[in-house]
Design a protein around this ligand. Structure first.
Ligand code: BV8
Ligand code: ZN
Length: 243
């Protein structure tokens, strides 16, 4: 999928000239790395929706089922490598002084690609938190030796991610809002923009006068708001805009 040459040149110039750039990524940026997205035909787990499993209630009711889902996702993610879209954002970070990368993804592929400061709005699938004593630890074992995993204190360990109905980590949310409010250009990549409050960030940036650029496989609620909207695969389009 190639973008109309005129638009490409215009956006390349916008990216070059922008004094500060904030980026919001969603599951779509990891799709070409082989990690299924949440919504759409090949959604994560056919008979379940993320909204049904990524909740404290689902975990309280059936920690084994929720952990089976996360253990399956961890094994998918462990086999995945960053794709050219992740790598293009590392290039952008290296060339733009005021750069902020905000992600809804929990897969850690931005860190693996070499992005230095990643604002994780929804946590990290490679960390576990004890429901009882609060211990937080990194755990990259795939598959997990026991499901559900237990803490040394005997408490139940949960994935270190933000579930529906849970507040986002305050520090991450504040950093994301600060970046959205102050950037000259806001780039949204691979998100359906249906999950809040993350989906507010591009609108906040736009209302503060930032240029809004969207790259997504299909149009979203943000598309009418965007100064430039590219419909297609991030791994193909982002490198064309950034190289
Ligand atoms: C909160 C967990 C309050 C980690 C996730 C009614 C209306 C509005 C809001 C609500 C409502 N009812 C409830 C809410 C709030 C709720 C919400 O927004 N619900 C939605 C579903 C309506 N939000 C919350 O509950 C949040 N918390 O509000 O707390 C509060 C406040 C204070 C104190 C206490 C409580 C918490 C939200 C976080 C939920 N956790 N995940 C995990 O397991 O991953 S959200 C989940 O969706 C993932 O994190 C994911 O990142 C996120 C967003 O999805 P996307 O990344 O956009 O992925 P999606 O599949 O949807 O889209 C991918 C896109 O990519 C598609 O458009 C596709 O076309 C495109 N694509 C595909 N391939 C490619 C591509 N694009 C480019 N290239 C490709 N190759
Ligand atoms: Zn514990």
């Amino acid at each position: 999928m190639s973008i109309q040459p005129s638009k490409t040149e215009e956006v390349r110039e916008e990216l070059r000239a922008a004094s500060s750039i904030a980026v919001l990524t969603g599951a779509g940026i990891s799709e070409e790395s082989g990690i299924p997205v949440f919504r759409g035909s090949d959604g994560l787990w056919k008979q379940y929706r993320a909204e049904d499993l990524a909740t404290p209630e689902a975990f309280a009711r059936d920690p084994r089922l929720v952990w089976e889902w996360y253990d399956w996702r961890r094994s998918r993610i462990a086999a995945a490598r960053p794709n050219p879209a992740h790598e293009a954002l590392v290039l952008l970070e290296n060339h733009c002084p005021g750069f902020a990368l905000i992600t809804q993804n929990v897969d850690g592929l931005h860190d693996l690609a070499g992005s230095r400061h990643v604002i994780k709005l929804h946590g990290d699938i490679w960390t576990l938190r004890c429901q009882h004593c609060g211990t937080v630890k990194s755990d990259r074992r795939v598959p997990l030796p026991e499901i559900p995993p237990r803490c040394a204190c005997g408490g139940l360990l949960r994935p270190g991610v933000v579930w529906f109905g849970e507040a986002l980590p305050p520090a991450a949310w504040q950093a994301a809002v600060q970046a959205a409010e102050s950037c000259a250009l806001f780039l949204v990549v691979g998100t359906s923009a249906v999950v809040y409050p993350a989906a507010e960030l591009p609108m906040l940036a736009k209302h503060r006068g930032a240029k809004l650029i969207e790259i997504n496989f299909e149009p979203t609620a943000l598309t009418p708001l965007a100064d430039y909207s590219f419909v297609g695969k991030a791994g193909e389009m982002l490198p064309q805009l950034v190289s």
